[in-house]
Design a protein around this ligand. Structure first.
Ligand code: ZN
Length: 184
């Protein structure tokens, strides 16, 4: 057992002990919407958007980007589970603005170990155990935060599997205040 594993399993025992009647929740989200957002640890969609278990779908990845897999989840969310409104929520100070695809692939080519960041440049701490596979992934980084939200809203709306009548709202979550700021 690692310390983290101990902490997670202990927290789960406490959660399950106080689970109440949540075992009776229906599978389709009760409030009929889905959020696509970043995996950043400072973001808690349940809190920033007021969700309880069973309320909404939350799809998370690095950046909250409209990747093919995020779109797969959104289409399932609507087509099979009835969500009628979608949100794309990126955030200030996102790590996806701190590198680009070539930087990531170059780092991984030399080493898979966690890299150092000095505020400007990423460097490997070791020079072994790399793989060229990083060159084959779309890392979906961005420079302009508001534009990244617009791009993803446009991509989702334009996707042939997106229904015409599902609104897609774009927002930026401000990590310094917790506010959701709309993106036109
Ligand atoms: Zn982020």
């Amino acid at each position: 057992m690692t310390r983290i594993l101990d902490e997670v399993t202990a927290a789960n025992r406490a959660y399950a002990a106080d689970f109440g009647d949540k075992g009776k929740l229906a599978l389709p989200p009760a409030r009929g919407f889905a959020i696509l957002t970043c995996m950043d640890a400072r973001l808690d969609p349940a809190k920033y958007a007021g969700l309880a278990e069973g309320d909404a779908h939350v799809i998370r990845n690095a950046g909250g980007r409209a990747s093919d897999d995020a779109i797969r989840s959104l289409v399932i969310s609507h087509k099979l589970l009835g969500t009628r409104e979608w949100f794309v929520i990126h955030h200030t100070d996102c790590g996806m603005q701190l590198f680009d695809g070539a930087t990531m692939a170059t780092l991984l080519e030399t080493s898979r170990a966690t890299a150092n960041f000095d505020g400007t440049t990423w460097t490997n701490q070791q020079a072994e155990g790399g793989s060229p596979e990083g060159w084959h992934l779309a890392w979906l980084t961005f420079r302009d935060l508001a534009q990244s939200v617009r791009d993803d809203v446009v991509r989702i709306k334009a996707h042939p599997l997106t229904p015409d009548d599902v609104p897609v709202h774009g927002f930026i979550y401000e990590v310094k205040t917790g506010e959701l700021l709309p993106v036109d």
